[in-house]
Design a protein around this ligand. Structure first.
Ligand code: CA
Length: 507
């Protein structure tokens, strides 16, 4: 055990450090400064006198400008700084920070056990996925799925589960509005999720706007694949039709087996939520290290959350492999700027009360920590919400940062699992793809010992390194993907709803 660390300063030119623990007034910290007042854990301490209007620097980046004089040793909270302008996305330099693949850390394993698919990446689970075309069918389908699980699933031991994909889209919407392609693409792509093994089962009501031909090609619209509730006379007939269709799908899924596969068959997503000021120095960089290992081994890693990368977009442009990728990045950022503007806000509407209590002063500070989960590798592709990747490697998949919307969006893009970093704690999970939760502080892991899978807190206290925690995360990714381990959220069945992103009008 090392001497108890009090504060962490990231870059030499930073004029703030972050408290590793709650610090009392009068504590002499590593830089020789004495705290002028109590500093809560994860919050910032001024390392120098900062004059009114002066820059407040963390991660080597200007987080904001002091509203008043801040003497050295003071607590800097979110009320004490003005937000800087967000960087322009026009003509961003690209390709200026391209880490060569040989510079990335070697993965300790290069194969995993997955369910191979005829098309696209392999599955991490063998699930029967039943997708609605409209929320009106959700109540029936949820009851039917409970019956399928109880009456049919025990007969098919090689099937891992049954999922009712009941999103809020489908009717009462402007289906031909230009932005409607985003939720329609999400429904279309989730029907083909790698964990559903190519078996298509779609349940509609019969009068909705999201008709089968909007989400399926003509050859797949068959009585074996689609079922319309209004065609059946009453409850019993309706239920029986769903159970009969499900049983035929279960018979085929039950023939599937895991096989040893290269990492190029694996697609995962990264997300963070309930972040604190430690997220950017412990959990996210450790996840980034695991991402680098996966990318080096040929795997595909998606990261997202537009508002949480917006202030570091230049850092991402520098990692874009080519001009086309840089242009796509700028396009997605601009689209989101306009989307927020139309709602009368900007990207600083993102941080939550919990983020602020966790020491994150504003969106700039949150973004610097959020980007760390992407690791250091080149960005080879940029996706619009719910699009599927066409490349292997690190991919920016534009989504809202909202935990419960980012998750379904990445699921529609085809992730086999998600790694979720948290500071404040959330029981979040997804039923289509397992979620591994990594916390930023040991106190979080002590508190939620049976809800959080991995703690990166040792990186803050000096008891673990980023490569050590990163390797632990990498190994858990492969174990969960291979069905060897189950994260806590799956053990308890804590699964959030399929809240797909719909920026289009509802009528
Ligand atoms: Ca999030």
């Amino acid at each position: 055990m090392s001497m108890k660390r009090l504060t962490i300063q990231i870059k030499d030119n930073d004029n703030v450090a972050v408290a590793v623990h709650d610090l009392e007034a009068g504590t002499v910290i590593e830089s020789g400064i004495t705290t002028r007042e109590p500093i809560p854990q994860a919050h910032k301490i001024a390392l120098r006198d900062i004059p009114q209007g002066g820059e407040i620097i963390r991660y080597g980046v200007v987080l904001g400008f002091a509203k008043e004089d801040i003497p050295a040793g003071s607590w800097i909270n979110e009320h004490m700084l003005h937000l800087p302008e967000s960087p322009s996305v026009d003509d961003m330099p690209f390709g200026t920070n391209l880490v060569r693949p040989e510079e990335l850390p070697d993965p300790p394993r290069t194969t995993w056990l997955g369910y191979r698919n005829a098309q696209g990446p392999a599955g991490t689970r063998n699930l029967l996925g039943i997708v609605t075309t409209v929320q009106c069918a959700a109540g029936v389908l949820k009851v039917a799925v409970e019956r399928i699980k109880k009456e049919l699933l025990p007969k098919y031991p090689h099937v891992d589960g049954v999922v009712a994909v009941t999103h809020p889209y489908g009717c009462g919407v402007a289906i031909n509005a230009p932005l409607a392609h985003i939720p329609i693409r999400a429904v279309t792509n989730v029907i083909r999720h790698p964990n559903f093994g190519g078996e298509i089962m779609v349940v509609g009501l019969g009068c909705e706007k999201l008709t089968y031909d909007r989400v399926l090609p003509p050859e797949d619209i068959t009585p074996e694949n689609v079922l319309t509730l209004q065609d059946y006379p009453g409850h019993d007939a309706m239920m029986q039709a769903i159970l009969d269709m499900a049983e035929k799908k279960l018979q085929r899924l039950n023939e599937r087996r895991r096989e040893e596969l290269p990492l190029s068959e694996l697609v995962i997503g990264m997300q963070c939520g309930g972040s604190d000021a430690f997220s950017g120095i412990t959990a996210n960089p450790s996840a980034g290290y695991a991402a680098d290992m996966l990318v080096k081994g040929g795997g595909t890693v998606l990261f997202s959350e537009v508002t949480e990368v917006r202030d570091g977009v230049h850092m991402l442009a520098a990692r874009c492999a080519d001009k086309e990728t840089r242009d796509r990045l700028a396009e997605e950022m601009k689209w989101y700027d306009e989307y927020l503007d139309a709602g009368g806000v900007d990207r600083d509407a993102n941080p939550t009360p919990g983020n602020k209590k966790g020491g994150l002063a504003n969106i700039v500070e949150k973004a610097m920590g959020s980007i760390a989960k992407s690791g250091t590798s080149q960005i080879v592709e940029v996706l619009s919400p719910a699009q599927k990747p066409t490349r292997h490697g690190l991919i920016f998949a534009a989504t809202p940062a909202s935990d419960i919307v980012c998750g379904p969006s990445q699921v529609a893009s085809g992730i086999g699992l998600q790694v979720f970093m948290t500071g404040r704690g959330t029981p979040y999970g997804l039923d289509i793809a397992p979620v591994i939760k990594v916390c930023s502080r040991n106190e979080m892991k002590d508190h939620w010992f049976d809800l959080i899978d991995i703690s990166a807190g040792g990186v803050a206290t000096g008891d673990a390194t980023i490569p050590e925690v990163g390797t632990e995360i990498f190994n858990m990714i492969l174990d969960v993907a291979s069905g060897i381990k189950e994260p806590y959220s799956d053990q308890y069945g804590f699964h959030n709803d399929m809240c797909i992103f719909n920026p289009a009008p509802i009528t």
